[in-house]
Design a protein around this ligand. Structure first.
Ligand SMILES: [Zn+2]
Length: 387
């Protein structure tokens, strides 16, 4: 259970006092005067708006109320930030998540380097800069090539697909791929999302199989980290005036399809990579009304899925800075299990609302995702022309 009064107590503390307590320079007392960020430094990237009681760190894109400020500077969960501010717990006591040890950080940094190399070797996607793979892939999916420049997408003509089996990594496929840069809450590159393409197939995605077992592997894979990360397809400042709406969906195709279905929108477009990252951990698991699992000794049980209540101790899931947008729209695909997806989407909505956002869910039509809807329109148009 979340104690709303403790959350508002933290939120209503003076942003100036909190910034000073966290080490911001005295100049921060002057409304909107830029000073170095107490977390990521710089010269004048950090400022506070006294009236709105929010901060903005221009370099990282982080911003928001006193809770978000503590999260930015101290790298703690929503719940921990509230406890630091008020000395009270916003949720029932729970074991703090285990901190990463040095070895884990070492592995993570290695993976980030590999990811960075893949990204750096990628080529531009724009047709005028000789990009063609992403253009042709999007065309297959009925997605018009974006009119603005997407800095977070690149393409590779021959990318090896490494697969771990029987204790070793082997290359099981090599071919063209779409690359997407994943950035963290501080704006730093943290990983690369890859979609292997096969433009001779109707959905444009490669079929990659484990050569030993024949098992079909996911055509999408991340190198580096994705937790807490996002793919920014359109930046706040790429539209004028700066975007008031942020649209957040799970996949690149979903978000670009939504954009095509809503012409003339001027939203910032974010991809949350996977639903767990968007929704965050659940406070409890709830039984699914129809799905069951059978264990090894043959017992059948109702499947448990994440419930609607967010676990505010989750430090790793995606954060949207408060104060950057007026509204947040979450995209819900209706093509996977509705009960599970709906619980996750409602959990995401609650989590973002607690962080101060005004949130709506836009659902794709029953049984479809936004790309199905977009493709359906193209077919209707083509049928109309043929008739
Ligand atoms: Zn900063």
């Amino acid at each position: 259970m979340i104690h709303a009064d403790v959350v508002s107590k933290a939120r209503e503390m003076s942003i100036v006092d909190v910034a000073l307590a966290l080490g911001a320079a005295d100049g921060v007392k002057v409304n909107e005067r830029g000073v170095p960020c107490p977390h990521c430094g710089g010269r004048d990237r950090f400022s506070v708006d006294h009236g709105k009681n929010v901060f903005l760190c221009r370099a990282s894109g982080a911003g928001g109320d006193p809770i978000a400020l503590v999260q930015h500077v101290s790298n703690v969960s929503f719940a921990e930030a509230i406890e630091q501010l008020t000395g009270e717990r916003a949720i029932e006591a729970r074991r703090a998540p285990e901190r990463n040890d040095e070895q884990q950080n070492w592995y993570r940094e290695k993976a980030r380097h590999r990811a960075w190399n893949i990204w750096q070797n990628g080529a531009p996607i724009e047709p005028e800069r000789r990009g063609r793979l992403v253009r042709d892939y999007l065309a297959l999916r009925a997605i018009p090539f974006p009119a603005w420049r997407i800095k977070a997408l690149r393409e590779a003509s021959q990318l090896p697909y490494w697969h771990f089996a029987n204790g070793e990594f082997t290359v099981v496929h090599s071919g063209p791929a779409m690359l997407a840069a994943i950035t963290g809450p501080d704006g730093r590159f943290m990983g690369v999302h890859r979609t292997w393409l096969d433009l001779s197939r109707p959905n444009g995605k490669a079929v990659v199989a484990d050569p030993e077992t024949g098992e079909i592997l996911d055509a999408k894979k991340v190198e580096g980290s994705q937790k807490g990360g996002k793919i920014v397809l359109r930046d706040t400042l790429q539209v004028m005036p700066p975007a008031a709406l942020c649209v957040l969906g799970e996949g690149i195709e979903t978000v670009l399809s939504w954009d095509a279905l809503n012409p003339d929108n001027d939203a910032a477009l974010w991809v949350g990579i996977n639903i767990g990252n968007v929704a965050g951990k659940a406070a409890e698991q709830i039984p699914h009304p129809s799905l069951t699992d059978t264990d090894r000794i043959g017992r059948t049980r109702r499947r448990k899925v994440g419930g609607q209540e967010p676990d505010l101790a989750d430090v790793d899931c995606l954060q949207v800075p408060f104060g950057l947008f007026d509204r947040l729209t979450l995209l819900g695909d209706s093509d996977s299990d509705r009960f599970t997806t709906q619980a996750a989407m409602l959990r995401a909505k609650k989590r973002f609302e607690l962080a101060g956002h005004s949130v709506e869910i836009d659902w794709a039509p029953d049984g479809q995702d936004f790309n199905d809807q977009l493709r359906g329109r193209r077919e209707t148009r083509q049928a109309g022309r043929a008739a």
